[in-house]
Design a protein around this ligand. Structure first.
Ligand code: NI
Length: 173
């Protein structure tokens, strides 16, 4: 297993819609293992394939550090088949370091996916698990949580990002 490099905003791969996984082979299994290791090492509660530079419809998720009743979930080709209610939660992302913002999402979701053995399954989730599922599935559609905040907040984020990038450059010179 190996810890993979996490792609950060504004890397273009994070904006790209992923392609479906078409075969669950050894290569995919080792990618899944490496993504799980990378997620725990970060540490994070979820990681989507584009975040490690692979544009495939695949994500891993483990919110047990926040709510211990949920095990590790591997999602291959997930789709949200139903959404209900509205919930607001302060989100962050391993690809958007040092920034959090309140995001509005569905309070309950029904997700259909395939597990790493190739077996289809369904998750009915609410609360934190529902939020995490929507956040990771967004990654697979090229959407970051900063795309879901108000335009004003997003401008503020971008300005702050540019300023930090400039300071970084000066410090390196
Ligand atoms: Ni994220």
């Amino acid at each position: 297993m190996a810890i993979l490099e996490i792609k950060k905003y504004p890397d273009k791969i994070l904006k790209k819609k992923t392609s479906p996984v078409d075969s669950i082979d050894d290569e995919l299994q080792s990618l899944i293992d490496n993504m799980i290791e990378t997620m725990y090492a970060a540490p994070g509660v979820g990681l989507a394939a584009p975040q490690v530079g692979v544009s495939k419809r695949l994500a891993v998720l483990d919110i047990s550090s926040k709510e211990d009743k949920f095990p590790l979930i591997v999602l291959i080709n997930p789709v949200i088949s139903n959404k209900e209610g509205i919930i607001e939660f302060e989100e962050g992302c391993l690809s958007v370091p040092d920034y959090t913002a309140k995001v509005e999402r569905a309070e309950q979701v029904l997700v259909n996916a395939v597990d790493r053995q190739g077996k289809p399954f369904e998750i009915e989730a609410e609360g934190l698990l529902a939020i995490a599922l929507q956040h990771e599935i967004d990654h697979l559609d090229g959407v970051l949580f900063i795309d879901r905040i108000s335009p004003l907040k997003r401008e503020f984020f971008k300005k702050r990002y540019k300023k930090a990038a400039k300071l970084d450059k000066i410090n390196q010179e």
